[in-house]
Design a protein around this ligand. Structure first.
Ligand SMILES: [Mg+2]
Length: 262
C-alpha cells in the first residue's frame, strides 16, 4: 500500500523512544510534509510545533495533573478512568487494548478494500476515513472478551475512534472506551497511565504497538508489531495462546517474566 501521510506520522511514535530509534530507517525519521489534519485526529504524535517541552508528571501521579497541549492547560482531577467492575467480569484481569496499528489501520487516502469508511468532521469539513481491519481481529476480540475485562484505550480522538469501534466491536467486547483526553501528555506524547484506571496494576495488561504509550508501565505490556496492510499478518492469532496463559495469572508481572524467559 502507499506510504500514506498517516503512516509517516505514525512513524514519529518511534522517534519518541530513543531505544527504538536505531531500528528505524532514516526516511522514517524525516518530518512529515503536510499532516496537520492527521495530527489533529490520530494518536500519539510528537509535538513538532511546540518549542518547549511540556511539564513532566511523575510516572504514577495521584493528585491534580496539569497537562499542556497546544498552549492550553488541561486539568485532570484525581479519579478512576474506569467504572466499577461489572459482575460478569469479576475475577478477570483487565486488558487495555490500543486501536490504531494494533487492531486496525486507517487512512484518509482511499483504500479499495477498506472494511469500513467512516465520515469524520474536521474544522467544518467532512472527511472519509478508510479503515482496514487487521487479520484475525474478530476472532481475537471475541476470545479476549471471554477471558478479560477489555478496555479500548486510544490516543486518537473520539470523533474518529468511537465510530470505528462501533463497527469493529459488534459483540460489545469493550466495556469502556477511553480516548485522547484520558491520556497523559508527557514529553510530547500521549501516554496511557494505567495507574489511573482504578484497577490493581498487578492484574492489568496493556496491548499496544507503541512503546511510548506504556512508558509509565512497561512491565504490564504485551508488545505487538505495528500493522498497516500485511494481509498475511497473524500476530493477533499468535497472541491468543499468550493471553490464554496470562488470563490465569495471579500476578501479571510474574507471568510476563515467565513468558519473557526471565
Ligand atoms: Mg497504536
Amino acid at each position: 500500500m502507499e506510504s500514506s501521510v498517516i503512516t509517516q506520522v505514525q512513524k514519529e511514535d518511534v522517534q519518541v523512544s530513543p531505544k527504538t530509534a536505531g531500528q528505524v530507517s532514516r526516511s522514517a525519521l524525516k518530518q512529515p510534509r503536510s499532516c496537520n489534519i492527521f495530527k489533529a485526529l490520530f494518536c500519539c504524535l510528537k509535538a513538532q510545533d511546540d518549542p518547549k517541552p511540556p511539564p513532566t508528571p511523575p510516572p504514577s501521579h495521584q493528585a491534580l495533573l496539569e497537562a499542556q497541549e497546544n498552549g492550553m492547560v488541561v486539568k485532570q482531577s484525581e479519579y478512576s478512568l474506569l467504572p466499577e467492575i461489572e459482575a460478569q467480569d469479576q475475577g478477570k484481569l483487565c486488558v487495555v487494548i490500543d486501536l490504531d496499528e494494533t487492531l486496525v489501520h486507517s487512512s484518509f487516502k482511499p483504500i479499495s478494500n477498506a472494511d469500513f469508511i467512516v465520515p469524520v468532521e474536521i474544522e467544518g469539513t467532512t472527511h472519509q476515513v478508510y479503515v482496514m481491519k487487521r487479520p484475525y481481529v474478530d476472532e481475537f476480540l471475541q476470545r479476549m472478551g471471554e477471558l478479560f475485562e477489555c478496555v479500548l484505550f486510544t490516543a486518537s480522538l473520539a470523533k474518529y475512534a468511537d465510530p470505528v469501534t462501533d463497527l469493529l466491536d459488534h459483540c460489545g467486547v469493550f466495556r469502556t472506551r477511553l480516548f485522547r483526553e484520558s491520556c497523559v501528555f508527557h514529553q510530547g506524547c500521549y501516554v496511557k497511565d494505567l495507574s489511573r484506571l482504578g484497577r490493581d496494576l498487578n492484574k492489568t495488561l496493556i496491548l499496544d504497538n507503541s512503546p511510548a504509550s506504556y512508558i509509565f508501565h512497561p512491565n504490564n505490556a504485551v508488545p505487538v508489531v505495528s500493522w498497516f496492510d500485511d494481509m498475511d499478518d497473524a500476530e493477533l492469532l499468535n497472541l491468543l495462546p499468550v493471553f490464554e496463559e496470562l488470563s490465569q495469572a495471579e500476578d501479571v508481572y510474574t507471568q510476563l517474566d515467565l513468558l519473557r524467559g526471565h
